[in-house]
Design a protein. Structure first.
Length: 268
């Protein structure tokens, strides 16, 4: 029995990341201490069964998952509490990779094989502070420092960038972004700031529309602008491979004034 328990402990600590120890230390140190802003408005709530940290997710908890049960069915996070708007500032404490004692400390009923970004709200931000940490999850398949930096750049912007950009939107669009709503007339980058990247995408040839699916809602996007908002179609979240987006030539898509576009991701 003693050897069985020891074996289980060793197994629970086995590294689940392909990054070397040196790369883990390097990339975490590169981001630690930075004050950044959320690129996308996020829901927050329980980190699955972990009750001392908040999970941040661009997508509604009912429509996203990071772990599955023994039957390979999705397990959704619970206890969605509210919204943290795009442009909210956080301080990055560390990026914790699934290896060694960090992995052993994580509850089995959490996304323990993902890298966790530990965040603290910046001074002056009006967010829930009843738990010490907000956690943003990075993809499990990250295998080098460049991919970590890319994933971080897709989630976070430098302090002041997104808040200023949201403030330059029309009142209707700025309100939609802060409240995670879809409104007709918003551009695709504004839609993503409000809702995150689509969970699935489809194409309607008859309308020339890309369909951005967000579970209970979907946006019909024509030439880079939301032209309709509809009730989301039924989609099996257990199914793989979203339908590719439109293959319409790039020349047929509208050009966005660079001064109006969401600030691009940059390395720390």
């Amino acid at each position: 029995m003693r050897y069985l328990l020891l074996s289980l402990l060793v197994a629970s600590c086995a590294s689940q990341t392909r990054l070397s120890d040196a790369s883990q230390t390097s990339v975490s140190a590169r981001h630690a201490g930075r004050t950044v802003e959320l690129r996308q408005s996020c829901y927050y709530g329980n980190l699955y069964d972990e009750n001392e940290k908040w999970l941040l997710s661009p997508h509604a908890f009912a429509h996203t998952y990071h772990i599955v049960n023994l039957d390979n069915a999705p397990i959704h996070p619970q206890g969605q509490k509210g919204i943290v708007p795009a442009g909210t500032a956080f301080v990055i404490h560390q990026i914790e990779f699934p290896a060694g004692m960090a992995l052993a400390r994580r509850m089995l009923t959490t996304p323990r094989f993902n890298p966790w970004v530990y965040l603290k709200p910046a001074v002056g931000e009006s967010v829930d502070r009843t738990r010490p940490w907000y956690i943003m999850l990075l993809p499990m398949d990250i295998d080098d420092e460049e991919k970590v930096d890319k994933a971080m750049g897709e989630l976070f912007a430098r302090q002041g960038q997104v808040s200023a950009w949201v403030g330059q939107r029309s009142p209707a669009v700025a309100t939609a972004i802060r409240n995670k709503e879809l409104v007709t007339g918003m551009r695709e980058d504004e839609m993503i700031a409000a809702m995150g990247r689509p969970l699935r995408t489809f194409f309607e040839p008859a309308d020339g529309a890309d369909i951005a699916w967000y579970g209970d809602r979907e946006a019909w996007v024509v030439r880079g602008t939301v032209t309709a908002v509809k009730v989301g179609r039924a989609v099996d979240m257990g199914k793989a491979a979203p339908t590719p987006k439109s293959d319409a030539p790039e020349a047929e898509r509208p050009r966005v004034d660079p001064s109006e576009a969401m600030p691009a991701s940059t390395s720390p």
